[in-house]
Structure formats: structure tokens, C-alpha cells
Write a protein that binds this ligand. Structure first.
Ligand code: NBP
Length: 502
């Protein structure tokens, strides 16, 4: 906001979908922004196409020009393809004269381990800062959810921009404030961004956001499948059900777009619905896989997140599935239940969703221990209330849960969520049983229920696993009647030598 200060407020490198939309959003808020793109024609076209921004777009053909256009300390956002391109750009910026106090904000979907490494790698040459950005193209343009992590001093320079451009929620309701338009950004409200912690914290939180997004989408697709197969309703009729669900506690961006997707006619065959013409093979870019791998490596049971990733893997085995469908016997043909099952499926979806989020937050809790972070879960839920793909009314409830108890061990233990599951669990179990009986694959529903049942089990059959491990590998076991940390081993009988029956 510095018409009187010489130099641009901020620079941005990478004018593909995300970069160009974020640059326009920044300019809408009156910031003077210098932009660069590797392919210069892209930058030139972008500047020419957008002559009337409230701030000012300064097109730069070289990195030297970009550096020269910025006031110090320079803040440069990079939105290039995640991976090696990030380092290429940073090295080129250093070669072009970037200085030690300058701040490079990697706003792409970088792996948090890379961000931790890069912060160290560049520590004596510049300030490398990481920030997750969610909300896709429209979010970047009119208000994304921004998840910054890095050196707190750098955050002070980025904060005015990030807080201005982020999505805003109403302080009274926690609901997103709609209505941003080109040149007319939303003013006021709580911004969907906050400093999350050092080095890779922001990118880690963004990754978990994406892992949760995978489960959310998988759960909705399972609910759609159950509705379709059990009720026999058409996509158009199901669209109305999702619209109605969007007026309940399931109210969310993903449910809203599901209703719109289901109502969409196929442009190539207008009598049909488009969803029926779309091949059942889901793509992925890797952040769901990273989340599941992080959970596995830290021993955290984020099983529904992993199931959602595996479900996309299963979808990709299209030819194998088509062939197996002809050979593997199914249970007797499913009987339609009519509309009676709709409410039960809604309960099952909500209960499963609660478990999926519980897993995501449990994972971040462990990441705090692993990486020495101090993530504030209420703040994280708060900045996911608007702008991002998983934005939902439900996130206000999570924010409130962590406001009630900042040290909440698991979301399932919060009084509100306990009540919700109590109300829905009978339907949830019935739906999962029905799916199993009728041979409908619902891996996310089932794994969420297994998570719930395992988490509420004071005793699990892991005693037998420990005995087996001690049997074949002398791995030892702890006893129920001895203090934790005291380990035992016995010489197990040889299974090949017959034992006398006891
Ligand atoms: P892409 O991920 O498709 O990257 C394209 C941009 O990177 C272009 O500007 C391209 O320049 C530039 N680039 C590449 Br590729 N290699 C480069 C290099 N070595 N040096 C300089 N520039 C290079 O863009 P995007 O979809 O806008 O996404 C940007 C980042 O935001 C990614 O990390 C992505 O994962 C993340 N993200 C994307 C979304 C989304 O919805 N698309 C959502 C959230 C986060 P060129 O024009 O010269 O080829």
C-alpha cells in the first residue's frame, strides 16, 4: 500500500494458474507488485491483460529487474512447480543479487522436509520461508487459506500482505465472508492465515490439509455410491439430497460442489448426467501420499487418510477391475432400500468425517513432537474455515473444541464431537454392515469406524502380536501386571515338538 514509498512492496515469480491469480489478489489490495515469469511472453501478456488493478503490476523481464524493482528487505513469493524448480529459482535470485535480509516465500506445494532443508541451506544467504496456499485458482484470486511457516521475523514482513489477501471469516459466526470480486476485495473479518511455526510447519499443515481433503472426497464419493446403489435415485435427484445435506452440519465447499457436479448434464449427451460419462480413475499429485507416509513413519493411525490414497490407487487399476468383476463372485444382488437409508448415510458420512479430522489433528500433534513445533490446533482449524478446499461449517466446531481445551488429546474426546458420534453411530454401523452385506466397497467409512472402535478400546489384541513376536524373534513383551518399560521373554515351546494338552 505504498504509493509514496519508492519500489514495489512485493515480488512474485511464476505466473501460471496460482501465481497470476495471487498476483491479481495482491494488487486488488493496493499493493505494488513486481512480477516475473521464466517465459517472458507469459509475463508480458499478463501485465497487458490487467491494466486496471488498484495496486500496480510491474512486469519484469529479468530477475535483476525484479530485484531492482523491490524495496528492502525484499519479499519475493515464488509459485513455480514444486520440486527442483524452487531451488533453481532461489539460486538464480542469489546469482542476480538477492541479499541476506531478503525473504523468499515458497508458496507452492513443497514437501515440508524440503522446506526444512532449504531454510538451513540458504540460512546465511537469504531468509527462506514456506507457506501453504489452498483454495485453487479461485481461492488464490479472491481469498485463499494461507499456512505460513518459517522465521518469525520474516513473517512480520509477509503478514500485512498475507492477512490482506487471505479469505476472511465473520468473527461472530466463523463463516466465510463471500462477495470478493475483481478490484473489490472483502475488507474486515478474520483472515484465514496465521503464523504456524518455524521452518516446515506451514508446508506440513498444508500437506495434512490435503490428506484430509483426500478422505473428505473419498467419503463423499462413497456416500454417493451407497445412495445411488441403495436408493436407485438418479444423479440429478442425488444433487438435491446433497444440496439439502449442505444445510446440515455437513455444510461445506466439497458437499456444495458435489451437488453441482451431480446436477451437471453431459454436454456431449444432454439427456445424460456428466458424472456417468466420467471414467472412474482418480488422479493424484502426491500430497495425500506424503500425509499417509508421514503417518506411517511416525506410527500414527491415520488409517482413513491412507485408505483414501489407496482408494485412488485401486481406482487406477481399471482394466484389472473390469476383468476381476467378471471372475470374482459378488453377494446376492443388492436390494434397493428406497429413501429410508438416506438419513443413515448422512450420519455415517458425518461420523466418518469426524474420525478423519481426528486423525489429521492427531498426526499434527505427533509432528509437533517430531519436529519440535508448537502448532496451535485451534488456529489451524480457524484458518481452514474459509478459502480452502476443506472449508466447512464443521471447522468452526473444531476451532471451538480447541478453544475449550488447547491440549485436547483427540477430537473424538471433545464433548461436542462425542455427542455427534453418539447420535450417529448406530446409523453409521448399519450403513457399514449394509455395504459389507451387499458387496459395496466403502474403505473410508469402514476404516473410520475401525479407527473409532480401536481408539475407544481399552484392550486390543496386540498382546497376541507381542507374544508372536517374542516367539519367533525374542522381541520381548511388557506385562499387564508389571510397570511399563519392563520387558520379559520366555523360552517358547518348539511347535514341531508335540505338547501335552493342558
Ligand atoms: P505449475 O505447478 O504448473 O508450475 C508452472 C510455473 O512454474 C510456470 O510459471 C513455469 O514457468 C514455472 N517454472 C517451472 Br515449471 N520450472 C521453472 C524453473 N525452473 N524456473 C522458473 N520457473 C519455472 O503452476 P501452478 O499450478 O500455478 O502451481 C504453482 C504452485 O502452487 C505449485 O507448487 C503447485 O503445487 C501449488 N498449488 C497449486 C494449486 C492449483 O490448484 N493449481 C493449488 C495449491 C497449490 P514457465 O511459464 O516458464 O513454464
Amino acid at each position: 500500500m505504498s504509493d509514496n514509498i519508492p519500489g514495489a512492496d512485493v515480488g512474485l515469480i511464476g505466473l501460471a494458474v496460482m501465481g497470476r491469480n495471487l498476483a491479481l489478489n495482491i494488487a486488488d489490495h493496493g499493493f505494488k507488485i513486481a512480477v516475473f515469469n521464466r517465459t517472458t511472453s507469459v509475463m508480458r501478456e499478463f501485465v497487458v491483460e490487467n491494466p486496471d488493478t488498484p495496486g500496480q503490476l510491474i512486469g519484469c523481464a529479468t530477475l535483476n529487474e525484479l530485484i531492482g524493482a523491490l524495496r528492502k528487505p525484499r519479499v519475493i513469493i515464488i509459485l513455480v512447480k514444486a520440486g527442483a524448480a524452487v531451488e533453481t529459482v532461489v539460486d538464480q535470485l542469489l546469482a542476480a543479487g538477492l541479499e541476506r535480509d531478503d525473504i523468499v516465500v515458497d508458496a507452492g506445494n513443497s514437501n515440508w522436509n524440503d522446506t526444512i532443508r532449504r531454510e538451513k541451506q540458504y540460512a546465511d544467504r537469504l531468509k527462506f520461508f514456506g507457506s501453504g496456499v489452498s483454495g485453487g485458482e479461485l481461492g488464490a484470486r479472491f481469498g485463499p487459506s494461507l499456512m505460513p511457516g518459517g522465521d518469525p521475523e520474516s513473517w512480520k514482513h509477509l503478514a500485512p500482505i498475507w492477512e490482506a489477501v487471505a479469505a476472511k471469516v465473520d468473527p461472530a459466526t466463523g463463516r466465510p465472508i463471500p462477495g470478493a470480486a475483481p478490484g473489490k476485495p472483502v475488507r474486515g473479518g478474520i483472515p484465514c492465515t496465521a503464523y504456524l511455526g518455524p521452518n516446515g510447519a506451514g508446508h506440513y499443515v498444508k500437506m495434512v490439509h490435503n490428506g484430509i481433503e483426500y478422505v473428505d472426497m473419498q467419503l463423499i464419493s462413497e456416500a454417493y455410491d451407497l445412495l445411488r446403489r441403495l436408493t436407485g435415485l438418479s444423479p440429478g435427484e442425488l444433487a438435491a439430497i446433497f444440496l439439502q445435506w449442505n444445510r446440515t452440519e455437513l455444510d461445506s465447499y466439497l458437499i456444495e460442489i458435489t451437488a453441482a457436479v451431480l446436477a451437471q448434464r453431459d454436454p456431449a449427451r444432454p439427456r445424460k448426467f456428466l458424472v456417468d460419462g466420467i471414467l472412474d480413475v482418480a488422479g493424484q499429485k502426491g500430497t495425500g501420499q506424503w500425509t499417509a507416509a508421514s503417518a506411517l513413519s511416525m506410527g500414527i493411525p491415520a488409517n482413513s487418510i491412507a485408505e483414501a490414497v489407496f482408494a485412488r490407487g485401486m481406482s487406477a487399476l481399471k482394466e484389472e477391475r473390469v476383468s476381476a468383476a467378471r471372475k470374482l463372485k459378488a453377494p446376492p444382488a443388492a436390494k434397493k432400500t428406497g429413501r429410508t437409508g438416506i438419513e443413515a448415510i448422512r450420519h455415517a458420512l458425518y461420523c466418518s468425517k469426524i474420525c478423519a479430522y481426528a486423525q489429521g489433528f492427531q498426526l499434527m500433534r505427533q509432528a509437533c513432537r517430531q519436529y519440535n513445533w508448537n502448532l496451535d490446533f485451534g488456529t489451524i482449524a480457524g484458518i481452514w474455515r474459509g478459502g480452502c478446499i476443506i472449508r466447512a461449517r464443521f471447522l468452526q466446531k473444531i476451532t471451538e473444541a480447541y478453544q475449550r481445551d488447547a491440549n485436547l488429546v483427540n477430537l473424538l474426546l471433545d464433548p461436542y464431537f462425542r455427542k455427534q458420534i453418539r447420535a450417529g453411530q448406530e446409523s453409521w454401523r448399519r450403513v457399514v454392515m449394509l455395504a459389507a452385506q451387499q458387496g459395496i466397497a466403502v474403505p473410508a467409512f469402514m476404516s473410520a469406524l475401525a479407527y473409532y472402535d480401536a481408539y475407544r478400546s481399552a484392550v486390543l489384541p496386540a498382546n497376541l502380536i507381542q507374544a508372536q513376536r517374542d516367539y519367533f524373534g525374542a522381541h520381548t513383551y511388557e506385562r499387564t501386571d508389571a510397570p511399563r518399560g519392563k520387558f520379559f521373554h520366555i523360552d517358547w515351546p518348539d511347535p514341531n515338538r508335540p505338547q501335552r494338552e493342558v
